[in-house]
Design a protein around this ligand. Sequence first.
Ligand SMILES: Cc1cc2nc3c(=O)[nH]c(=O)nc-3n(C[C@H](O)[C@H](O)[C@H](O)COP(=O)(O)O)c2cc1C
Length: 243
Amino acid sequence: MSMDNTSHPDRPKRMAGVMEATMDVYEAVTSRRAVRGFKNDPVSRAVLERVLSAAAWSPSGSNIQPWNTYVLTGPPLVELKTSAIERVAHGDHWDERQYQMYPPVLKSPYGERRSAFGKERYSALGIAREDWEARQRAAIANWNCFGAPAALFCYIDRDLGWPQWADVGMYLQTVMLLLRAEGLHSCPQMAWSQVRETVAEVLSPPDGLILFCGMSIGYEDLTVSSARTGRAPLHETVTFVGG
Ligand SMILES: Cc1cc2nc3c(=O)[nH]c(=O)nc-3n(C[C@H](O)[C@H](O)[C@H](O)COP(=O)(O)O)c2cc1C
């Protein structure tokens, strides 16, 4: 289907050519979720360029801007999804890790939060804990970008350190919030790092870059069931000192 997505019906109204705020920041933050079901309505290049141009204003230590972003749509994305899904369905090994997603033992309270998330997610999908095949099918949806027609892949130079990884995180959150202002949703995906060589076959990134994550981008398919994740109470994660 071809349509001009700068005027997609899911997109909040904006006066032609005027860059006034289209969404309250609180609304952008609270309405952002990891969406795992997208319509196949295309996302226009103009919208993606607008979002990524604005996201470039994200902060970074000494302004080194350590993000390296590739945007994939159309036939190259279809090609990547097909190769990745074939590979995963075939049971191939993951690519050698370039970074550790989680420590091997996730201590308290992180381990409990991770288990709670897994339980919430699979019970929302109606998948029993021991139903390995159904869990596998749900996981494979990652490499179909949950049906999204656009994806970005964010790399960081292997010579950079933890503070620069934090910069990349801030940048990606900025991208996701700006996508909300455009009526779009997203899902950040470390899952793509597990098949990074397949991604590299399509993107040919220069040597020395590490694929941190992919991100599916599109308009939410409201017919796909979703659960809102919870958060720890404020006092667990924030300490106020003083008045
Ligand atoms: C860096 C990063 C990587 C993630 N990787 C995946 C992923 O591979 N697959 C997936 O379905 N969700 C992934 N997520 C989404 C998280 O599961 C989600 O953000 C978290 O459970 C909180 O839920 P919410 O984003 O809907 O509020 C990732 C999130 C982040 C920030």
